[in-house]
Design a protein around this ligand. Structure first.
Ligand code: G6P
Ligand code: MN
Length: 446
């Protein structure tokens, strides 16, 4: 099995490779190709991977290239994990939004739109090339904002592109632990868009344990989302939101905490990763240190601060993130092992209010034929409202990226539920255009 990683010089590639090394089953990955435009980053990562592979029999062979066609030709699976504009771009996304008093997160609100406007044009080109030279490959998209980027790629790849995120399964796992049940035995009734979904049920042997969890203050106080949102709000809502919904339900607090912090999440990560991609050209950390550092990095830092949640539980960090979701998906497709996973794919009516080609995040049936969304209970009105509004934003970004229309980009900012004025939207777009050279393409008047 041949796997190509686009963004192969990325900081999280060692985690993926470590998961591949642990996979001893049949049909496992034997060849890994790292594609990155920056050869010095892939060189640093390669050194880490060879250190991880030491002493492991039949470790997957690693190649690196800066040529996209060469990278994807012959691939069975392509992981896309790119970051257009780098972490410097992310820090700008966050800072500009916060300066305007609106949330600046890499996937949510104005920050997510800016990041999408930079990334979607590139993702479209990648998808086009893969469709030409590797039409049989399955593309697994990690690139954020994952829902929007997956939808843009699906215009060329259809259901051969599948977006993944670890947050739904991580929420389900934490809720199961809080109930004292084995996460492997629960059915998660989760639906929405990427980073905008709700856990509405948690069933074990036909019984829904969620109502009991919502009544139990102690259990709710024992895990991430319970602390982040508070028992009272979760009971009033009647379900458990994805942690990224903190930006919607506690907007002012999240903005105030982020503005009070010395650094944004992006600038914290720049500092951390500088130690890794050291000026000497080689990794300044050993492989194991780099993997550990990545695990220790607690994401959603600002939201956690705003709600006084504290550090993430160690067990939570160790049970595996998106690399495990990716591996599970790859195995199910490659080995025709039927399973269900929460994935980002064209909804085909799974969420009735959206057009059938809109990418949604729902439980999917997966086998050698790929992923098929399962039908889920209708979302409640409050969730449908947010999902439709945010999907309209995502589609405006995709339209702007496809046509170069500045008007579509302005519309994306202005209709976002977290941007409270068209005047703010206009200033945001102006400043992002000044600070991001990648947005020069937005010149079209209509
Ligand atoms: C979670 C999210 C991902 C995100 C990651 C790291 O796993 O689901 O989409 O990339 O956190 O976030 P960070 O803020 O640390 O870059
Ligand atoms: Mn995610």
């Amino acid at each position: 099995m041949r796997l190509t990683i686009l963004g192969g010089g990325g900081f999280r590639v060692p985690l993926v490779y470590r998961a591949l090394l642990a996979d001893r089953g049949k049909g496992r990955v034997t060849h890994v190709t790292l594609h990155d435009l920056d050869a010095s980053r892939t060189a640093a990562i390669r050194r880490v991977l060879s250190e991880l592979a030491e002493g492991v029999p039949d470790a997957p062979e690693v190649h690196a290239t800066t040529d996209l066609t060469e990278a994807v030709t012959g691939a069975d699976f392509v992981f896309s994990a790119i970051r257009i504009g780098g972490l410097e771009g992310r820090a700008i996304d966050e800072r500009v939004a916060l300066d305007e008093g609106v949330p600046g997160q890499e996937t949510v609100g104005a920050g997510g739109i800016a990041y999408g406007l930079r990334t979607v044009p590139v993702a479209r080109e990648l998808a086009k090339r893969i469709a030409e030279v590797a039409p049989e490959a399955w593309v697994i998209n990690f690139t954020n904002p994952a829902g929007m980027v997956t939808e843009a790629m699906s215009h060329y790849l259809g259901d051969r592109v599948i977006g993944i995120c670890d947050s739904p399964i991580s929420l389900g796992r934490r809720a199961a632990w809080a109930l004292g049940v084995d996460p492997a035995t629960v059915w998660l009734d989760y639906a929405g868009l990427n980073h905008l979904g709700w856990l509405r049920g948690l069933r074990v042997e036909g019984r829904d344990l969620l109502p009991g969890l919502l009544r139990d203050d102690d259990a709710l106080g024992s895990f991430e989302e319970g602390k982040l949102f508070g028992a009272r709000w979760l009971r009033a809502l009647g379900c458990i939101p994805n942690e990224y919904l903190h930006y919607y339900y506690f907007t002012r607090e999240a903005v105030a905490a982020a503005r009070a912090a010395r650094q944004t999440r992006g600038s914290v990560l720049i500092e951390q990763q500088r130690r890794f991609y050291a000026d000497t050209g080689g990794p300044a950390l050993t492989a194991w240190e780099s993997v550990r550092l990545e695990r220790e990095v607690t994401y959603m830092a600002e939201a956690r601060e705003a709600s006084g949640v504290g550090e993430r539980a160690p067990g939570d960090l160790e049970s595996g993130g998106y690399e495990q979701v990716a591996l599970a998906l790859m195995r199910a497709i490659a080995l025709d092992e039927r399973t269900t996973l929460i994935l980002n794919i064209r909804g085909r009516g799974a969420i009735g209010v959206l057009d059938p080609d809109a990418v949604v995040e729902v439980p999917c049936f997966v086998d050698a034929n790929g992923a098929r969304p399962l039908s889920v209970d209708p979302l409640p009105g409050h969730a449908l409202g947010l999902v439709s509004a945010v999907k309209a934003v995502e589609q405006a970004v995709i339209e702007a990226a496809a046509t170069g229309s500045r008007a579509a980009a302005l519309r994306a900012f202005a209709i976002h539920p977290l941007v409270d004025s068209v005047a703010v939207a206009d200033r945001l777009l102006d400043r992002y255009q000044r600070e991001h050279p990648q947005l020069d393409y937005l010149r079209g008047r209509s």
